[in-house]
Ligand binder design. Structure first.
Ligand SMILES: Nc1ncnc2c1ncn2[C@@H]1O[C@H](COP(=O)(O)OP(=O)(O)OP(=O)(O)O)[C@@H](O)[C@H]1O
Length: 279
């Protein structure tokens, strides 16, 4: 989705639930084609939450619009609840009002994985000093030495999270990108030895935005999910391209049937290549 990051309070009229006297002033975080995301609190001013709001679409017939909004929000909330029950790291669902078009979910207090990777790529850890040449080379190759360990580790955590989603929850996400994953910071403040760049990649990988998710156990659907992630990753982080294999390797080890999904991924890639050749 196209989003505009802003920290202003009300650029648009907020949903009614955010105007009650007890409401914490909402902060508009993103505004996309389908909806808006606000930061506010839930029940107590000390519990931050993300309020996902799908406003009415004036270009749609009102009855159809209300029906669509209800169906999409309740489908997303159901998938989130299912994942949460299975122990997949996703935001907990606090409350849903499908008629009013909103859902309140746990606030994840960390950056999107995309931002963490970009920070790391822009500021990779120094391994040895040689007047800057080493640093430049590292940036080009996204580090081919031990300095890349935090990135390899993150790639593996992503592969495991997707494997658990597919296997334990039986859910395919439908829009896996590094923007739809966040890094929940470690409670203990993390590993001080990581350095600033390594710290950018720390934390638990939390999957978000299940607006396109479906229930499926099929190898084909799972392989397409991985293919979407691969394409998104390679276009968002081309300099880290060769590390993507770590995601797939961790996925392979995350459940029994993962190997056959990876075989299917070859077919899906082939179809993707043919399609892009034909245009
Ligand atoms: N639980 C959360 N905690 C903190 N920030 C969040 C949370 N959920 C989403 N965000 C932030 O808001 C952005 C938009 O969220 P999300 O992608 O779920 O909504 P959406 O794109 O409007 O949904 P859709 O793509 O289905 O229209 C995310 O990229 C992330 O930065």
């Amino acid at each position: 989705m196209t989003t505009t990051n802003t920290t202003t309070t009300t650029q648009f009229p907020p949903p009614k639930v955010l105007t009650y006297p007890s409401s914490t002033p909402p902060i508009l975080i993103t505004q996309g084609a389908e909806g808006r995301l606000y930061k506010t609190t839930y029940l107590s001013p000390s519990i931050p939450c993300a309020l996902k709001y799908r406003p009415p679409k004036p270009y749609r017939h009102p009855i159809l619009d209300a029906r669509l909004t209800k169906a999409r929000l309740s489908a997303e909330a159901k998938v989130l609840e299912r994942c949460w029950r299975e122990g997949i790291p996703v935001p907990a669902v606090y409350a849903v009002d499908t008629s009013a078009g909103w859902m309140a979910i746990e606030w994840i207090d960390g950056p999107p994985v995309r931002a963490g990777i970009n920070e790391w790529l822009g500021d990779p850890p120094e391994v040895e000093q040689d007047g800057g040449h080493q640093q430049d080379k590292k940036k080009e190759n996204a580090d081919e030495d031990e300095g890349e360990a935090p990135m390899v580790d993150l790639m593996r955590r992503i592969g495991l999270a997707v494997g658990r989603l597919h296997n334990l929850a039986g859910v395919v996400h439908g829009d896996l990108t590094t923007s739809n994953m966040m890094l929940r910071p470690p409670l203990d403040g993390g590993d001080a030895a990581q350095g600033k760049a390594g710290k950018a990649l720390e934390g638990e990988v939390v999957l978000i935005d299940f607006g396109l998710a479906t229930q499926s156990q099929s190898d084909e659907d799972r392989a397409v999910d991985l293919y979407v992630l691969e394409r998104a990753f390679l276009s968002t982080h081309p300099r880290a391209e060769r590390l993507f294999g770590e995601v797939l390797e961790a996925y392979r080890g995350s459940f029994k049937k993962a190997a056959s999904v990876l075989v299917k991924l070859e077919d899906v890639r082939m179809r993707g290549r043919k399609k892009s050749m034909i245009g």
